[in-house]
Design a protein around this ligand. Structure first.
Ligand code: OSB
Ligand code: MG
Length: 369
């Protein structure tokens, strides 16, 4: 496969409602869409670095720099037989996982399309439908939160995740449990607490939560092992897991009982698969996280989540939960039974709406050999 042209699109899409977390409020998402052209086929990927460095250190600007100055020059105008060979060209680039993952995703789509197979199949997926949940930001009031949860359950979502932060934790959890005694419920702190808050997490044990996501430091593994010893509810790491090495450390130290996999955070589908397989061998369940992706990134997430050890519902929701209009056709929707169909057409299995892409693009750059 000769890679003859690569195009970057800095996109800005408005969310249907602000997404509030312990990291702040987001009303828009800014990501980079990446198109790789080879042999008359276009492969698409999405880099999930955001406008600000609040979730990880990467931003749209750092990713644009790493992509255009280091990753793209390594592969443009060259011939590769496999995705593996292509990504090994940038092995010496340290970190910048989201930049790498976006470009790798476009290569997977391109190679899958050139072989006329679905991305899900090429990644080793085994499911035709995946279980999905929804991640709900911090709300103005508990009443509003309850109304939102009710509406999402009505749509079919199998699991509810709420964002928490100090001062906004036990109360909403308690209220939701009272209202919905039997739903699958989990919480995400995005690193907003310290070990001094151990009593808050002990208090959560009574509410039968599926898991507590990333309570402590965003790079911490050690202190999470101390917290996990103090509480019954499984800890799930998100931010702290950036590689297979981190995963091994976290599992060996018993810092968590569950892992959230996001291809962007770990540097691509290849590393994500290694983590998935390692967790399976250790009987650690995984689930697919989300980064408020457009339909392009979402398509890749759905394909990856079709692997066998993604046994808990993912943060992979319908297009309309995020955007008025998505940039792919068909858009993603949730079935009444809380599942989402895994596309079966070649590659990501959905078409990019090029008119829509143009409308949301704020900067575009093309690289060719
Ligand atoms: O911590 O899982 C997170 C969105 C942006 C950054 C971090 C996180 C999230 C979400 C949203 O929780 C998940 C989704 O895409 O629906
Ligand atoms: Mg999270």
């Amino acid at each position: 496969m000769l890679l003859d042209r690569i195009t970057l699109y800095h996109i800005n899409m408005e969310l249907v409602s602000p997404f509030v977390t312990s990291m702040g409020a987001e009303t828009n998402i800014e990501h980079i869409i990446i198109k790789v052209d080879g042999e008359g086929i276009s492969g698409w990927g999405e880099c999930v670095a955001s406008a600000n460095p609040f979730y990880t250190y990467e931003t749209v600007q750092t990713a644009w720099h790493i992509l255009s100055d280091f990753l793209i020059p390594e592969i443009i105008g060259k011939n590769f037989n496999t995705v593996d060979k292509a990504i090994s060209s940038w092995q010496k680039v340290r970190g910048h996982n989201m930049a790498k993952a976006g470009l790798e995703a476009a290569l997977w789509d391109l190679f899958a399309k050139s072989k006329s197979i679905a991305l899900s199949k090429m990644l080793g997926g085994v499911k035709e439908k995946i279980d999905v949940g929804v991640s709900i930001g911090i709300q103005f009031s508990i009443n509003e939160l309850i109304k939102k949860v009710e509406a999402y359950l009505e749509e079919g979502y199998k699991r509810i995740k709420i964002k928490i932060q100090p001062g906004n934790d036990i109360q909403p959890i308690k209220a939701l449990r009272k209202e919905f005694p039997n739903i699958l419920l989990q919480v995400d702190a995005n690193s907003a607490y310290t070990l001094n808050d151990v009593n808050i997490f002990k208090a959560m044990d009574e509410f039968n939560l599926l898991l507590i996501e990333q309570p402590l430091g965003y790079e911490d593994i050690y202190e999470h092992s101390k917290l996990q010893r103090e509480i019954k509810t499984p800890i799930c790491l998100d931010e702290s897991i950036r590689s297979l090495d981190d995963t091994r450390a976290a599992i060996e130290l018993e810092s968590c009982k569950i892992i959230n996999i996001k291809p962007g955070r770990v540097g691509g589908f290849t590393e994500a698969k290694l983590i998935h397989d390692y967790c399976a061998s250790k009987n650690i369940p995984v689930w697919h996280g989300g980064m408020l992706e457009s339909g392009i990134g979402r398509a890749g997430n759905v394909a990856l989540a079709s692997l066998s050890n993604f046994t808990l519902p993912g943060d992979i929701s319908a297009s309309k939960r995020y955007f008025k209009n998505d940039i792919v056709q068909p858009e993603f929707f949730v079935n009444k039974d809380g599942t989402m169909d895994v596309p079966s057409k070649p590659g990501i299995g959905v078409e990019v709406n090029r008119k829509m892409l143009k409308l949301i693009t704020v900067r575009e750059e093309e690289f060719s050999s």
